[in-house]
Write a protein that binds this ligand. Sequence first.
Ligand SMILES: [Zn+2]
Length: 134
Amino acid sequence: MENISHLTEEEWRVRLNPEEFRVLRQAGTEAPWTGKYVDTKTPGTYSCRACGAKLFESVTKFDSHCGWPSFDEALPGTIRYIEDRSHGMVRVEVRCANCDSHLGHRFDGEGFTPKNARYCINSISLDLEPSSDS
Ligand SMILES: [Zn+2]
């Protein structure tokens, strides 16, 4: 993975397509049910679309029926959490710890899985690398 935390927003604009830039660098949200990984069950590892840092294992992905890929656990040390008070709510924004790009939000206490957490992540913020033994 690249250390690209020094990139300027203009340099990001060149590296990413306009929709990736809007979500990853401007904390946008893709429309529900439109992302390429909403229903993906392929075994593998999800990495940050912007920098390639590994973020989530497919075994932690579950069906939340919320319209975005959902995971109940992130790989240790890969996530930066920020309190987000936009849209009249208090939510926990989830960013890539390596490049500080926006990934989505974390919700706790919903009871979807025993870990009781839901990382609600934009597909466009992720890249799935399928496991080689699948
Ligand atoms: Zn990243």
